[in-house]
Write a protein that binds this ligand. Sequence first.
Ligand SMILES: CC(C)(COP(=O)(O)OP(=O)(O)OC[C@H]1O[C@@H](n2cnc3c(N)ncnc32)[C@H](O)[C@@H]1OP(=O)(O)O)[C@@H](O)C(=O)NCCC(=O)NCCS
Length: 248
Amino acid sequence: MAVGPDLIEMDGILGNNEIHVWHTDLTAQEAAIDRLFPLLDHPEQSRAARFLVPEPRVQFILSRAFLRIALGRYLQVEPREVRFRTAEHGKPELAGAGGLYFNLSHTDGTTAIAVTRSGRVGVDVERVRKNLEPVALAARFFSQKESDWLRSQPAERRFAAFFACWTAKEAYIKACGSGLSIALDSFGVIPQPGDGELNLQTYGKPEDSRRWSMWQLDLGPDLRSAVAVEAVNCQVRLGRWPAAGAKI
Ligand SMILES: CC(C)(COP(=O)(O)OP(=O)(O)OC[C@H]1O[C@@H](n2cnc3c(N)ncnc32)[C@H](O)[C@@H]1OP(=O)(O)O)[C@@H](O)C(=O)NCCC(=O)NCCS
């Protein structure tokens, strides 16, 4: 299905067949860190204190506060009351809130969260970097089809193309929640121009592919993002939160 209408208000109203993806510009929220830190629970605050470098610490605190505020709206509880548990491979899940799935991703300056009732969900956002060798990395980690596709792209577009493919693969891995125990060349996703639905192929297990929906999302210049959900006949909706210029 196509990408649905943009989300405007984070009012917690979520249709049964919808995946909501909210993204925020973290740099615009840095001044709010002292106000947002108390929203984290003690394990999160302890984890924040263990970061040695300020940038990832700030990114973690703001992202967790953003996640708690957002999930609080969907669950109709205060942000501090949102309770997490950690699944086997480290994926955070909601404790005792059957039926609501979420996932979070952060990259330099941006966080995205996906929320749905439809099924397991994964989201990934990456800022396009040019300090790597896309063709060599794809040959090493991607499936043959993805690697061939990347090589077919014009040289100047290969960095963005690499991250488009990377985020799509990562969204699926994160939805499954089993980390890198899934072989990266056991499935493939070929990015398409613009926003829109992607076609996941799980090689040798086509019936698995048919259970999944996946989209690539435009979160801004130099960002590549994708979301994957274990459901069909659903639509993804995208929202920037808070609105441009506003504070959390
Ligand atoms: C753990 C993993 C999710 C890290 O992903 P990442 O791209 O480095 O980081 P992201 O910002 O997208 O996601 C991190 C968030 O995902 C969530 N997360 C953690 N473990 C997770 C898991 N096993 N599954 C799904 N989500 C997970 C957490 O909310 C985490 O944020 P937090 O640490 O602030 O709580 C995992 O997929 C991984 O190790 N990937 C390695 C990268 C790689 O080789 N990818 C191959 C793509 S081709």
